[in-house]
Design a protein around this ligand. Structure first.
Ligand code: SF4
Length: 351
């Protein structure tokens, strides 16, 4: 086990309609049905988990909560603890709370990978999909990836920095025509990746992506590649994949807890449920994120608007093309990407 996720808080600065935890359009009262999640972790609880994770060989902590990591008042101390245990930190944030100094602090405290969820670079759209977003929160959010990249790059020569900066865009009816605007907006800043994801909704007993003609392969017990991303909830419950959050109330009494057991014991108990529990298996049969191969749903690779892109049915990932290669015709560039020639050139130029 090389990575686990620790949810230090379930608070969020927004309550977006699309959100499965806070959104008004979600089918259930998420926290009402999971009242034990309604707390923040103490720093001593965080440290207990990190000690157990270290014993289990974990190297990276993902701090993405079912809410917003930067709404956790002790986020600096949590990142500091990960440094103390010599672990890497990664997270997904909506960026709305982030001032420049927060970004500098997070980079200085060893963040190695950040993904900022930006669903529009236009305030008129942003305030509809991110509620309630002030103009200041919008500006914080759209500038956060740029500042993460710039501050991190400025530290490389002195050691440190070099973090992987990603923008995530979830396609929704309100923003589906704005992908190009976002790609244009971020192109000059050379972020490491921009991903455009299809939105998925949760219903009683399953989940599905909207606006996509995609049926996952028939479920075969024990084969989901997404299982095994163990997540420690704010009350210490350990679950084995994000799909499990949605039927957690039905399994509550069988779910392991890291405050009572070692991480290895939690893993064993969780794996047993995944492989044998009828509720778990039945949910998996209706889970649209079930995946068995790295390249499930692969459709095409292409070059467009200064980016090299890889499209899968449920998401498209864009990688900015270095300026010194942009004058090369698209078909030649695509050939170079497909044959790993661009990576070799970037290595040669030490990028
Ligand atoms: S199919 Fe869904 S619920 Fe089942 S293990 Fe995979 S991600 Fe989890």
């Amino acid at each position: 086990m090389k990575q686990i996720s620790i949810k230090t808080t379930n608070k969020c600065n927004y309550a977006c309609d699309m959100c499965h935890f806070f959104g008004s359009e979600y089918v259930e009262d998420y926290f009402g049905n999971r009242p034990e999640f309604h707390k923040d972790m103490s720093l001593s609880e965080v440290e207990t988990i990190l000690q157990k994770a270290k014993d289990a060989g974990v190297e990276t902590i993902d701090w993405t909560p079912n809410g917003e990591f930067f709404a956790y008042k002790n986020w600096r101390e949590a990142l500091e603890l990960a440094q103390k245990y010599n672990m890497r930190s990664s997270l997904i944030t909506n960026g709305g709370l982030l001032k420049e100094q927060d970004i500098k602090d997070a980079v200085d405290l060893g963040l190695s990978h950040v993904a900022v969820s930006i669903d529009s670079v236009h305030y008129e759209t942003y305030k509809v999909v991110r509620k309630p977003a002030s103009k200041q929160a919008f500006e914080n959010a759209i500038n956060a990836p740029i500042l993460f990249k710039q501050y991190s790059d400025s530290k490389i020569s002195g050691g440190g920095g070099g973090i992987y900066v990603q923008v995530q865009f979830t396609e929704q009816p309100e923003n589906k025509n704005e992908v190009q605007d976002m790609l244009d907006f971020y192109r000059p800043y050379k972020l490491n990746q921009i991903s455009v994801n299809k939105m998925f909704i949760v219903y009683e007993g399953g989940n599905k992506h909207i606006g996509v003609d995609f049926t996952p392969a028939p479920y075969k017990v024990g084969t989901c590649k997404l299982y095994g991303g163990y997540m420690v909830q704010t009350n210490g419950s350990v679950i084995g994949c994000c799909g499990e959050l949605y039927f957690y109330p039905k399994l509550r009494d069988k779910i392991p807890n890291i405050f009572k057991q070692s991480l290895e014991e939690c893993k064993k108990q969780s794996d047993y449920l995944y492989l044998n529990d009828e509720t778990f298996i039945n949910y998996c049969k209706n889970c649209s994120i079930y995946s068995i191969e790295e390249d499930d749903g692969f459709e095409e690779k292409f070059v467009e608007s200064g980016y090299f892109a890889i499209r899968h049915t449920l998401s498209t990932r864009y990688f900015v093309i270095p300026e010194y290669l942009r004058s090369i015709p698209d078909d030649v560039l695509l050939f170079m990407y497909k044959n790993n020639m661009v990576s070799a050139i970037k290595n040669f130029k030490k990028e």
